[in-house]
Design a protein around this ligand. Sequence first.
Ligand code: URA
Length: 245
Amino acid sequence: MLRLDKLLADAGKGTRSQVKEYIRRGRVTVNDGVCKKPEQKVSEEDLVCLDGQAVGYVRFRYYMLHKPQGVITATDDSRDKTVLDLLTGINTAHISPVGRLDKDTEGLLLLTNDGELAHRLLSPKRHVDKCYLARTEKPLSEADLQALEAGVDIGDEKPTLPARACLNQDGALLLTIREGRYHQVKRMLQAVGNQVIYLKRLSFGSLKLPEDLEIGQFRALTKDEQERLQHDVAGYNAGEESLPF
Ligand code: URA
């Protein structure tokens, strides 16, 4: 059982205060009767409608955030602003970031209360692609790109897995990796004698950072995006060490 206003807010029908207003105005029915009490408890069996349209109970919620620099990838911090602080107007209970971006990295971050999907997306065995745009202190040579693609020693037990590396028209690096090791992109660039001076994540699996999602803004994933993410983590074959690109 959960509160009527929470069900509506979780279903993306508005912020908690907006949906309370809809309820008070008589726009919401529960099992065919108007209900004006936001605190009314409802269960999955109850038919809840807003303006005559059925509203489903939403168990899992998925958001993409265009993370700005200066914000930390955590759910709570006494000093710094966190990515959860940016998810304003929604119920953020049990919502966590999937993986982390450094404080000075910006770009695409997925947040969800679907722990199972998060776990699968982050599993090193599943090799979910992440594409980064990196500006570097010095220009990168063809040999650097080849080294990044082949895998470099970043001081861990094993070198990095094969990656894809190319330069865009501005000479910035587009690097697609399938792992998510600590400071991986920065350490890969250090391994070829360079330094990252700006880092942005452009994609995470099938999820792309939309051009119209401003820095600091977030939105719920569409059904299609959710399905494609599920597809990204389906069909893993145990023992598959490195996949050809
Ligand atoms: N690699 C890094 O070095 N930093 C990030 O934030 C993400 C990937």
